[in-house]
Design a protein around this ligand. Sequence first.
Ligand SMILES: Cc1cc2nc3c(=O)[nH]c(=O)nc-3n(C[C@H](O)[C@H](O)[C@H](O)COP(=O)(O)OP(=O)(O)OC[C@H]3O[C@@H](n4cnc5c(N)ncnc54)[C@H](O)[C@@H]3O)c2cc1C
Length: 313
Amino acid sequence: MVSLNSHKKNLYRFWKGEILWNKPMSQYSTLKVGGPAEAVITATDIDELTGLIKWLKENEISWWIIGRGSNILVPDKGLPGVTIMLEGKFTGIEKLFDLQDQAENHVFIRVGGGCSLAKAVNYCTANSLSGLEFAVGIPGSLGGAVVMNAGAWGYEIGDLLDSVIIMNGKGEVHEVQRDGLDLTYRGWGMKRDTILLYACLKLTINTQEEIKAACSRFQELRKKNQPVNELSAGSFFKNPPEHSAGRLIDEAGLKGYSIGGAKISEKHANFIINTGNASAAEILELMLLVQDKVYERFGIKLEPEVHILGSGI
Ligand SMILES: Cc1cc2nc3c(=O)[nH]c(=O)nc-3n(C[C@H](O)[C@H](O)[C@H](O)COP(=O)(O)OP(=O)(O)OC[C@H]3O[C@@H](n4cnc5c(N)ncnc54)[C@H](O)[C@@H]3O)c2cc1C
């Protein structure tokens, strides 16, 4: 797979929509670091995306799919090839009446991969649908949430999934039932060139009062325990089995430790924050230091939860 180089003109001729050239990825990442993406393209429906993925495959060009950039670390040298984002039809939400199982008090909704979790939570609240309250304050997209099997306070998005519609690296579209996704703690088992187009969520009917109360409770917990006003990608490391990554980092004496503009949050040691002018290299250096110190002290290797984008698809 290669960067665009000699294919720039061909891409310009092929793609009818807007192409953003050399856009700093810091604009698309909540950590606000990362060098330029060679080209950024927004796909608005399945036909557009199929054409694009097939063209990229034929021309052997690297590509990336991102959501809201709230769980990625992009290197300072940027991303070669095409960075794809989902908009338009991929941001919609609809009720699937044919699947509705009144007897069990369940409602099924289909949410686009580019839809923000905030919009999905608001939709659920407005329609008296319970299940997604835990996602209040998670700043990602539905696509990113399914790929990460995002979760909080003991709940995971995977628990709500009925099925998904995905596109593979050849531009083919398939429906996959929940069990076929091999969901794990903060991940799914699909190949890296899989794009989440739509997810069908199974929700429970409840009163708006109870849904709103749960959302407020989770929001308060977040504000109390996490550095919500700092630049971060959320929890940087996965919790090792039987351990809390934040506690291990704290007990290794690293709370508040910084390298350049990258700092271990004083409020929650599993958050690496950008104090304003961090580079991706500084964040990576701090990540390695944390891994070394925690390993030295406890013999536990912390694994990043944040996806470090390196070589493309
Ligand atoms: C302040 C803060 C709090 C957070 N709290 C939580 C939390 O409580 N729980 C939690 O689990 N996470 C949390 N996160 C992390 C993050 O918000 C979630 O993992 C979120 O689901 C990522 O979604 P995204 O759209 O931003 O994905 P991105 O960061 O854009 O991408 C993440 C990965 O998913 C892939 N991806 C994105 N969209 C698609 C798609 N449509 N198809 C295929 N692959 C795709 C990307 O290639 C990348 O590998 C937090 C982050 C922040 C900044």
